[in-house]
Design a protein around this ligand. Structure first.
Ligand code: SF4
Length: 64
């Protein structure tokens, strides 16, 4: 599984951190989030799917 945040779509709502705090981290200086390194190994797919569903910008990309 590959998961990433499209930097062109992300608007920094940080809802992804609310739904999946172990999967995403916020880059303050750039006002956007990214997937934490190694999180795809430890965080279940369902958690990423919930975060993706709740991202208002549809910025979270999941590739199975
Ligand atoms: S919820 Fe979506 S748009 Fe907002 S910070 Fe997370 S990935 Fe970016």
């Amino acid at each position: 599984m590959k998961v990433w945040v499209d930097p062109d779509r992300c608007r920094g709502h940080a809802l992804c951190l609310t739904h999946a705090p172990d999967a995403f981290e916020f880059i303050d200086l750039e006002d956007r989030s990214v997937v934490i390194e190694g999180a795809t190994e430890s965080v279940p797919l369902a958690v990423f799917e919930t975060a993706a569903r709740n991202c208002p910008e549809r910025a979270i990309v999941i590739e199975l």
